[in-house]
Design a protein around this ligand. Structure first.
Ligand code: BES
Ligand code: MN
Ligand code: ZN
Length: 516
């Protein structure tokens, strides 16, 4: 079920002619708000429509605000349609501006049933990464925007969905007095952006797939295919190996389900033979009913997204396999359902984790930290990573704290937390720190075991992070709580309602920053 219409890839390449000359069904250029002088590229496109856009500007009907668009039709060669897109104020121009621009162009193309677009991205400032950063962001967002999850719908209904955008051209608007970047720079930026887009889109397919399709075995199968496709080593543990490893926490969550759990491990080797890897660990809980501590029915269907962290780790590993950076990376995904049967774990049960610590399961709905506990201790012992980042739809408390615009980042290493925060800014998948102070730890004290699996209502995202911290030893580690950011209603034009693939690109930006 992996090669589907959903994943039909957009083909991207650099434009070979200037935007005003390049033949394309639709060319789009961004215009900053209240910008007195249009860029040379925008002027040349205005010339292609005989100054029609200038007349719109003169009439005061287009100021360049973020919602504004103006579409014109040319005569003769070159582009057929020219779309001017407002980008807001030049002061707030960043990579996310480029992504939103790309998203709007794709949505407009869809409305017009145009399947091929030429996007002109404005170069970012030198400090912000210049033309390369802009092209990468544009390429990423074209891929993200062109994605639609259609594999479970009738392929050819009469009034079915419009065709998707399948071809894209990219060029750079260097601005007044700027010179266009070298071809190799554009090509390399497209290559990285495409990998990020493809990786994040893989995460989204897996997120969108319902619980009866995307089971732990399904995710393991995807990991195997991925390994063969992009050149990774893969290892999958099933229940027997988990027993041998003493993974009592992961097994206690899986106990209530007829679906077997899997521990998925993908290894990428691009660094030195003896170089410690960077580790990515993602919660792959393919459906969370809450277990015996059953969740309320309303909205429970969204708990198919409880594998979003694992999906992002698989997506990031795909992109790493495509990019092949000079670093070693291991991706680990503990995957299970959280269901209810006669063998399901009960509140009050005490389980023994792989690390040896015992846990009193107060609430079977706090299952993510249990499957992660065994995955984290396994990753530390097996790989001795130089740094380890986990991501998980872990707590509703995180959604209360930060809503839908930032993940929480909590960690044992301030430099790592700061590196992730910065990677969040660059990727547009932002995260913001919460403390892991010892003062909160007593909320996890249990009268019968080494710790409880819940710390009560106050600071729920923090006590969840503190629980995880018990299983990482001395490894520099940080945790991303993505409960509010991994999926939901569209918040940017390059997204669709459903899975966002968050934090695939954040993880990738972090990996890029952690070598060379
Ligand atoms: N998967 C949920 C967390 C979640 C909540 C994700 C909302 C996305 C949106 C997790 O397994 C869970 O149920 N957490 C509990 C923990 C509580 C019992 C301590 C929660 O947050 O309610
Ligand atoms: Mn739960
Ligand atoms: Zn969960």
């Amino acid at each position: 079920m992996t090669s589907t219409r959903t994943e039909k890839l957009l083909k991207l390449r650099p434009a070979s002619r200037t935007p005003a000359k390049e033949p394309a069904p639709l060319v789009a250029v961004g215009v900053f708000q209240d910008d007195d002088t249009l860029s040379p590229v925008a002027r040349s496109l205005d010339d292609r429509v005989d100054g029609a856009f200038s007349r719109v500007l003169e009439a005061g009907d287009f100021r360049g605000k973020e919602e504004e668009e103006a579409l014109f039709y040319t005569t003769g060669d070159g582009p057929r349609r020219v779309l001017f897109v407002g980008m807001g104020k030049a002061e707030s121009f960043d990579r996310e501006t480029v992504r939103k621009l790309a998203g709007r162009v794709v949505r407009r193309a869809e409305a017009l049933s145009v399947t091929s677009v030429h996007l002109v991205v404005p170069a970012l400032s030198h400090e912000e990464g210049g033309a390369a950063a802009a092209v990468q962001a544009g390429a990423e967002a074209l891929h993200l925007a062109a994605f639609d999850f259609r594999e479970l719908k009738d392929p050819d209904p009469d009034d079915g969905p419009k065709p998707l955008v399948t071809r894209g051209l990219l060029s750079v608007d260097p601005g007044e007095g700027g010179s266009p970047p070298a071809e190799e720079i554009v090509e390399e930026a497209i290559r990285i952006g495409e990998a990020h887009g493809a990786g994040e889109n893989l995460a989204r397919v897996l997120q969108f797939r319902p619980g009866n399709v995307a089971t732990p075995t399904h995710l393991a199968g995807i990991a195997r295919e991925l390994a063969a496709e992009v050149g990774l080593d893969v290892r999958i543990l099933g229940p027997a190996e988990m027993e041998e490893e003493g993974m009592g926490a992961l097994l206690s969550v899986a106990a209530g389900s007829d679906e077997e759990p899997r521990l998925i491990i993908l290894e990428y080797r691009g660094g030195g033979e003896d170089e410690a890897p960077l580790a990515l660990v993602g919660k792959g809980l393919t459906f969370d009913t809450g277990g015996i501590s059953l969740k309320p029915p309303s909205g429970m269907e969204s708990m198919k997204f409880d594998m979003s962290g694992g999906a992002a780790v698989l997506g990031a590993m795909k992109a790493i396999g495509m990019i092949r950076p000079p670093v070693n990376v291991v991706g680990v995904v503990p995957s299970s359902e959280n269901m209810i049967n006669g063998r399901a774990t009960k509140p009050g049960d005490v389980i023994r984790t792989r690390a040896g610590k015992t846990v009193e399961v107060i609430n079977t709905d706090a299952e993510g930290r249990l499957i992660l506990a065994d995955a984290l201790s396994y990753t530390v012992d097996e790989y001795g990573p130089r740094a380890m980042v986990d991501c998980a739809t872990l707590t509703g408390a995180c959604v209360v704290a930060l809503g839908h615009h930032a993940a929480a980042v909590l960690g044992s290493d301030d430099d790592l937390v700061e590196a992730l925060r910065e990677a969040g800014d660059r990727s547009g998948e932002r995260c913001w720190p919460l403390p892991l102070w010892k003062a909160y730890r007593k909320q996890l004290d249990s009268p019968v075991a080494d710790l409880k699996n819940v710390g009560g209502r106050p600071a729920g995202a923090i006590t969840a992070g503190l629980f995880l911290s018990e299983f990482v030893g001395e490894t520099p580690w940080a945790h991303l709580d993505i409960a509010g950011t991994a999926y939901g209603e569209v918040r940017a034009p390059y997204q669709r309602t459903g899975g966002f693939g968050f934090p695939t690109r954040l993880l990738l930006e972090w990996i890029h920053s952690a070598h060379g």
